[in-house]
Design a protein around this ligand. Sequence first.
Ligand code: MN
Length: 260
Amino acid sequence: MRILVSNDDGIYSPGLAALARAASRFGDVRIVAPDVEQSSAGHAITHSKPLWYRRVRTIKDFEAYRVNGTPADCVALGAFQWGKVDLVLSGINLGPNLGNGIWHSGTLAAAKQALLLGIPGIALSTPVVSDEPDFAALEPHVAEVLRLLFSEHRLPLVNVNLPPTPRGMRWTRQAVERYDGKVVPGEDPMGRKHFWFTVEPLEENAEDTDLWAMENDFISITPLRLDLTDHRELERLRTSNPFVAADVANGTPPKKAARG
Ligand code: MN
């Protein structure tokens, strides 16, 4: 099995090497990661400048490359260069990727990019409590999670978050409760105004969510999909306005104004 390992923290992150070590129990590992940190880059891709990669020899025992691009670029380029890739692992991110944080996450984007190419993707993250996470202690848990996910053959996209000392695992859903995206103004040493975007949850987390699991020291495993369509709303709209689609197909404008 060919396993491509990437991340959004950059090629020199200790979490990347830890994930490569855990993955090497299961197949051939190659690392392709951004040359600088790309946290919160989301699913950006580079379209206005050329991409390149360079061999990195500092990650012991692994063939590794750094790329002057985003996490999604790394997966696209890595899969292209290696040929048939069976699985993409992204992480282990220094910091959790839970709830609405998923929207901004470069770690998740690498796994999503894999799925866009038809390759299963798994994103893994862990909080930074004080110093660096204890990756040696986490490694058996990571291996256990991977073993479990490999036994579930059809999971195309998975988000895994590991607490520092896990007491079990939970299948979870993404928490989509609102957050307080407050912008906090400040001032730099030259007296110029600057701003920080902050993210504070506003609501309690329901017990089946990724946020709840992590707050309670469980490994959170969320199966995800790329389809953002609200299928229930789509069905309702097709029932309440069935003529819209027919009119558009006939080249005539819809007779009834869209609602909302
Ligand atoms: Mn990151």
